[in-house]
Design a binder for this molecule. Structure first.
Ligand code: NAD
Ligand code: TYD
Length: 348
């Protein structure tokens, strides 16, 4: 094996796309998907590649020091791509401590395991996958660059900012070879329907209300998840060690406009009258401390690594809606909780 790459959080939304890309594109790498399968982890996301000879799944919590050491030893890990995290801002508002446990303490625990195992391995890489939310909230002008000072505003973004700082501190203090990328909002197949886009698709299918926080004026930059996975592949192989890369979709939307767009697409696909789904839009109490706007300047990854998104928002959102409509079983499994049985049935 050329490399033995530990990908954490590989059963989640973005992680599953990264695992699939690496397993298929690099048959001479061993890919170890390490995930403790929280509510957000779903091994069905990877049912198409689970029998590949270069793929291994390991059900481990990143806070479990002994099990982590064992995985590094058993598989002689050469590199880490770290995505495991608690990822939903609303959950971080109701339960901040679980974000500290996983995103901060879990990351430090993983850093320790990597540092100890890699004492004599000069060519290792610790790649931390992070978010643009660490930079805080923008007004209507300007963009986040790699030099924007950190100013996290939610418990989620504070925990991700802390984990970014720890990764840099391990590079400075212990010589860890690392790279970090900070990406904007992702959308696409396999996203848990608690996030805005899959939530709207699911609720329209079920005829349920579409909760829009505040006036729906908040702006997010959206990137198709496979474009993010391609960027991670590039940063992993070609990114300069010790550096940060911002990844974004050049694609800003107000929440209310996205919700209306999804309503239009769903009307068309479900054979409803124009305007039918939009009747479900319901303005609700705003999220506490709701960041107004995120927008990424992705010039560095564009010029240094020649990355730019392949999907336009029009094609990406169409593909996403189609995927959710065609994968009824995935969606009903996730909403009923049946997906939690997949591990027992296939690995238990
Ligand atoms: P997700 O919530 O869909 O998946 C997270 C995965 O991590 C799940 O499979 C879960 O089981 C696993 N996990 C959680 N706690 C764990 C623990 N203690 N030990 C082992 N595994 C654990 O998240 P996502 O949306 O795919 O995000 C992946 C990463 O990318 C996160 O680090 C997130 O901060 C970052 N990110 C996400 C977005 C986005 O729009 N979703 C944007 C930028 C960056
Ligand atoms: P979300 O998908 O939770 O991602 P993030 O908070 O990381 O940006 O939310 C995207 C935007 O949509 C955010 O501004 C909050 C808003 N939102 C709603 O208006 N209603 C909802 O039900 C959800 C989940 C989010």
């Amino acid at each position: 094996m050329k490399k033995s790459v530990l990908i954490t959080g590989g059963a989640g939304f973005i992680g599953s796309h990264v695992v699939r890309l690496f397993v298929n594109k690099y048959p001479d790498y061993r890919i170890i998907n390490l995930d403790c399968l929280t509510y957000a982890g779903n091994l069905e996301n990877l049912s198409d590649i689970e029998d590949k000879p270069n793929y291994v799944f390991s059900k481990v919590d990143i806070n479990d020091t002994q099990r982590l050491e064992q995985v590094f030893n058993d598989y002689q890990i050469t590199d880490v791509i770290h995505l495991a995290a608690e990822s939903h801002v609303d959950r971080s508002i109701s339960d901040p401590l679980s974000f500290v446990k996983t995103n901060v303490m879990g990351t430090v625990n993983l850093l320790n395991a990597a540092k100890n195992f890699w004492k004599d391995l000069p060519n290792h890489l610790f790649y931390h996958v992070s978010t643009d939310e660490v930079y805080g909230s923008l007004d209507h002008g300007g963009y986040f660059t790699e030099h924007t000072p950190y100013d996290p505003q939610s418990p989620y973004s504070a925990s991700k900012a802390a984990s970014d700082h720890f990764v840099r501190a391990y590079a400075n203090t212990y010589g860890l070879r690392m790279v970090i990328s900070n990406c904007s909002n992702n959308y696409g197949p396999n996203q848990f329907p608690e996030k805005l886009i899959p939530l709207c698709i699911h609720n329209i299918k079920e005829g349920k209300a579409l909760p829009v926080y505040g006036k729906g004026e908040n702006v997010r930059d959206w990137l198709y998840v496979e474009d993010h996975a391609r960027a991670i592949d590039l940063v992993f192989h070609k990114g300069k060690k010790g550096e940060t890369y911002n990844i974004g979709g050049f694609n800003e939307w107000k929440n209310i406009d996205i919700v209306k767009l999804i309503c239009q697409i769903m009307d068309r696909k479900m054979g409803k009258e124009d305007g039918e789904s939009a009747k479900l839009i319901t303005f609700v109490k705003d999220r506490a401390g709701h960041d107004l706007r995120y927008a990424i300047d992705a010039a560095k990854i564009n010029s240094e690594l020649a990355w730019s998104p392949v999907q336009t928002f029009e094609s990406g959102i169409e593909k996403t809606v189609n995927w959710y409509l065609e994968n009824e079983a995935w969606l009903s499994g996730v909403t009923s909780g049946d997906y939690l049985k997949y591990y027992q049935q296939h690995y238990g």
